[in-house]
Design a protein around this ligand. Structure first.
Ligand code: PLP
Length: 394
């Protein structure tokens, strides 16, 4: 296994973690196998006792999955990584793995719909109380802390309004209370933000998004110190079984090789689109981390090294106008997904955030005119022309 710590980040995304078989293949092999065989009964015994290195069963570990985990850990600067079947399996393992009945968790209320489900519905069902706060207000985090608070959870930038939360400040609040901080870094990607360096104890990804980046497979990743992963995540994943398929792990592994070039280009294009749309007469608001008029531009400058592949904007005229805009797009596709090579547009109020209800949406600033754009790899000018033409018809 090449541990490529001496190389620069983009080089590590291409080479770290490669396990070359006896055939010396250039591209990493897909080890599509459930199990492994042993030369002797004694070797099987030693393997199960942990006295002989090697694989036993692909729910526990698999060489293709191990390559993905090692490459990602290397890039993130984490001691340990575990891959999961989906991003939600990663979030669930990171949160459930830390708590027991009687504990308390705090989370920023602006988050991916299914994450809110875990915090608001599942944790309480198992005796873990949770408090939701406005993540951009540090006072609310401080006030929410109780003696039994075990973990804090946030995503930044948030979905879909792209608010930015001060990760270092929230990590300090967590640590002062003897709690941990888990950050969902899916929107930002490891290219632009490194939560562990900012003090987080655990970072999770939906690899489904930018890491695949071409809309093919689901996957998730949990990263942290050896201690965090061993104590909270390792056994839970092994024994409850949200393991990623080796095929999907391979797609993610190859996705990492092009992650930097894709995210850099998509971000550059998003910046051009944001500038082209800002101040448009059909828009009442445009939010782009990377523009000086972002509400938390100071925090963006402090903790992110680049902008975002996502833009949010509010179309005047509410749902009808937002629908007319989406339906008039010829190139940008209507989808609830993000991080794809194809540009995708979402109307959160009627899709991803339908479940939480009008009151919770109002609280999060998700009005009926808000549209989220995930910028792909098309030419910036084609996208800008498509968007401007569709806005004319909104
Ligand atoms: C998509 C997403 C998830 C869930 O990931 P899946 O791979 O769909 O399970 C979690 N958090 C964020 C921020 C996401 O964008």
């Amino acid at each position: 296994m090449s541990s490529a710590a001496q190389y620069r980040p983009e080089t590590r995304l291409v080479h770290s973690g490669t396990l070359r078989s006896q055939f010396a293949e250039t591209s990493e092999a897909i080890f599509l196998t459930q199990g492994y065989v042993y030369k002797t009964a004694a070797e099987a015994e030693a393997r199960f006792k942990g006295e002989s290195p090697g694989y036993q069963y692909s729910r526990f570990a698999n060489p293709t999955v191990a390559m993905l985990e090692q490459r990602m850990a290397d890039f993130e600067g984490a001691q340990a990584c575990r891959a999961t079947a989906t991003g939600m399996a990663a979030v669930t393992a990171a949160l459930l793995g830390q708590v027991k009945a009687g504990d308390h968790a705090v989370a920023a209320k602006a988050m991916f719909g299914s994450c809110r489900y875990i915090v608001e519905d599942f944790l309480p069902r198992y005796g873990v109380e949770s408090t939701l706060v406005d993540g951009t207000k540090l006072d609310q985090w401080r006030k929410a802390i109780r003696p039994n608070t075990r973990t804090l959870f946030l995503e930044s930038p948030t979905n879909p309004t792209l608010d930015v939360i001060d990760i270092k400040a929230v990590a300090d609040i967590a640590h002062n209370a003897g709690a941990t901080l888990v950050v969902d870094n899916a929107f930002s990607t490891p290219i632009w933000q490194k939560p562990l360096e900012l003090g987080a104890d655990c970072v999770v990804y939906s690899a489904t998004k930018h890491i695949d980046g071409q809309g093919r497979c689901l996957g998730g990743l949990v990263l942290g110190s050896n201690e965090f992963i061993e104590k909270h995540v390792h056994v839970l994943i092994r024994q409850t079984g949200p393991s990623i398929s080796p095929f999907n792990a391979w797609v993610m592994l190859k996705g990492l090789e092009t992650l930097a070039v894709r995210v850099e280009r998509q971000t550059q294009t998003a910046g051009k689109i944001a500038d082209a749309l800002a101040g448009h007469k059909k828009l009442s608001r445009l939010i782009y981390p990377g523009r000086a008029d972002h509400p938390q531009a100071d925090v963006v400058a402090k903790q992110m090294t680049g902008g975002s592949t996502l833009i949010a904007f509010e179309i005047k005229g509410g749902k009808d106008a937002a629908f007319r805009f989406q339906d008039a797009l010829k190139l940008v596709l209507i989808s609830n997904n993000l991080g794809d090579a194809k540009s995708l547009v979402t109307h959160p109020a009627t899709t991803t955030h339908q479940r939480i209800g009008a009151e919770a949406r109002a609280e999060l600033g998700i009005t009926d005119g808000i549209v989220r754009l995930s910028v792909g790899l098309e030419h910036a000018d084609d996208l800008i022309e498509d968007m401007l033409a569709a806005l004319d018809r909104a």
